[in-house]
Write a protein that binds this ligand. Sequence first.
Ligand SMILES: [Zn+2]
Ligand SMILES: [Zn+2]
Length: 342
Amino acid sequence: MSVGLYEYVGAVHVHTAFSDGEGAISEVIAAARAAGLDFLIITDHNDLRAREYEGWHGGTLVLAGEEVTRPGGNHMLALGITELIPPDVSPQEGIDAAKAQGGLAFVAHPFYQGSPIIDDPPLPWRDWSVERFDGIEVWNLTADLHQLLGERGLERPPGEVLGYAAPNIAALRKWDELLARGRVVGLGGLDAHAERVARWGDEVILPYEKAFRALRVHLLLRERLQGVLDADRSLIYRSLAAGNFFVGFDYLCPAAGTAVVALTDEGAIPPGEGLSPGGEREVELRVSLPYAGHILLIKGGMVVSEAEGEEVSFRIAGAGPYRVEVYREGRHWIIANPIYLR
Ligand SMILES: [Zn+2]
Ligand SMILES: [Zn+2]
C-alpha cells in the first residue's frame, strides 16, 4: 500500500458445529481459505474448543475466542482468552474476566431486536453501565440482515439476500455517543452460522464462504504477520483492540486497497490511533479508495464534511475522534475506525 501500511483481511464472529453453526470446523476453515481470508476468528457460544485449531491453515490464520452467550441478550465476544468465561456472570464481570486474561471484550449485536424469519427473540445488549470493553459491533451481518428481512415481512425476498444487508443504525448512533466519552472500537462481525431458514424451505441463505466474502475487517498494520502463531495472534488482537482497521462491505464493492490515514511527518497514522498536532494545527486526513465513493467525515455524530471521489483529503483540527464512512449506490460500503486528535 502506498501509505506504507500492510493490509490483512479477516472475518470475526463465526460459529461452528462446536455450538450452533451448521459447519464442522474443518469446513469452516476450508471456506475461509477459499474466500482468501488472511485471518478467521471463531467465537462459538460458551465454547472454546476451536482453540485447538489455532494456527496457520494455508494462508489463513485461525484464531478462536468465545461468544459469552446469555439468555435474552448481553452477548459478548471475548477474544484472546484461554479460559472459558461462564455466561452466568454479570456483563461487567464478563468484561473484567476477559481483560484479566489479557483478552478483548466486544459487545455483540447490541441492538438486535430479533427476527421472525428465524424465530429469534430480541437479543440486544441491555447493560450500558459497563466499562472497559474494547468496542461494539456496529454491523453484525447476520443479525442485522435477519432483522431487516423480518421488518419487511415473512415473504421470501426476491433475489439476493445480501441486497438487503446494512449496518445497524442504532449501533452506529450508540458508537458516536460512546466516542464522545472516550475510545471505542467499531467492529464488523459476521455471526456466521450458515443456518437453515425453516420458513424458506430450510434454505441456507448465507453459507460460510459467501459471508466471508461479504463483510470483512481490513486491518491496516505497520508490521507484517510473520507466519508464527503466537506473534501473529498477539499482533492481530493488539490491532483489533486499537481499532487499526476499517470494516468493508466487500459484497457491494471490493474494499481492499482502501486507506484512511492521517498524514504526518512521521508517516501515515492508521485508524484507531491518536496524534497530538498541538493547539488548533491542522492535520491531513487522507482517504484513498480503490473505487470512487461518497465519503463522509463524521465527528460527534455529525457529518462535518463530505466529498465524492477516489482520493480525498480532509483538513481536521481540534480535539476529538474523526471517523469516515463511505457509501456507494446509497449504501454503506466502508466504516473506518476514528483517528483521535488530542
Ligand atoms: Zn449472539
Ligand atoms: Zn454469534
